[in-house]
Design a protein around this ligand. Sequence first.
Ligand code: ZN
Ligand code: ZN
Length: 277
Amino acid sequence: MGGNGGLRLKFWGVRGSTPTPQIDNLSYGGNTACIEIRSPDDQVVILDAGSGLRKLGQTLLQESGNSRLSVHFLLTHFHWDHIQGIPFFSPLYRPETDATFYTGQALGPIEEKLQGQMSRPYFPIAFEVLAARRQFAELDDKPFKLADLVIHPFPLNHPQGAVGYRIEAGKKVIVHASDLEHGHPQLDRVLRQYAEGADVLVYDAQFTPEEYESHKGWGHSTWLEATRVAHEARVKTLILFHHDPWHNDQTVFDIVQQARLFFENTLGATEGWHVCL
Ligand SMILES: [Zn+2]
Ligand SMILES: [Zn+2]
């Protein structure tokens, strides 16, 4: 993503739960959660590190050549589909990379969790020996500055917890809310507060309302609830995200059409897409 001075996002993985590299899913994409955000002064922020992260890593290396590369990972939580790309992120294997990993305090300690997924007998290379310079930050619910961005973490209702992020660059706002299940009165309110007036809301719409009935407690929401949040928080564009692995392109397409009847400016997150604000 070349610099144009604005706030930009690009989808490298849009699927929930597990990668689905099958032909009937590839219009929307088969890689798990990974979104690249570029700030107006071109800081690289990566929202979750699912399998889409592998290709992003390759692209960042092509862009940076031999020069130093600085990346900031905002992790929502440690479920596999949100971290499985980390061992395959090539920039971590070179000393010219500075990587900072952030997540919510309640989910930490972050370093230990990241070491865990690459520990024996799950992976041949240990996280501890990666060549990149690594830093870790556990966030409370206070906003913090990251270069020219202001980031507001907030809690989401999800098994073992998850963190949402409101990311502001001047008046431009992206809100990332995945993974979450609706129906928790307090956290439903918190979500609407943090999503207020967002230019883009990325929302966990894994289930249809019908499917949700038999998946209560699984930690995910629906396209219908997504449209309610979008209305109530007066967001400009709603992006349905974390597509169910069992939903093929036609199903996701139909879901987006249905959602548009309730909130017109709805899109289905698609791998390879970028949005400039
Ligand atoms: Zn997930
Ligand atoms: Zn999860």
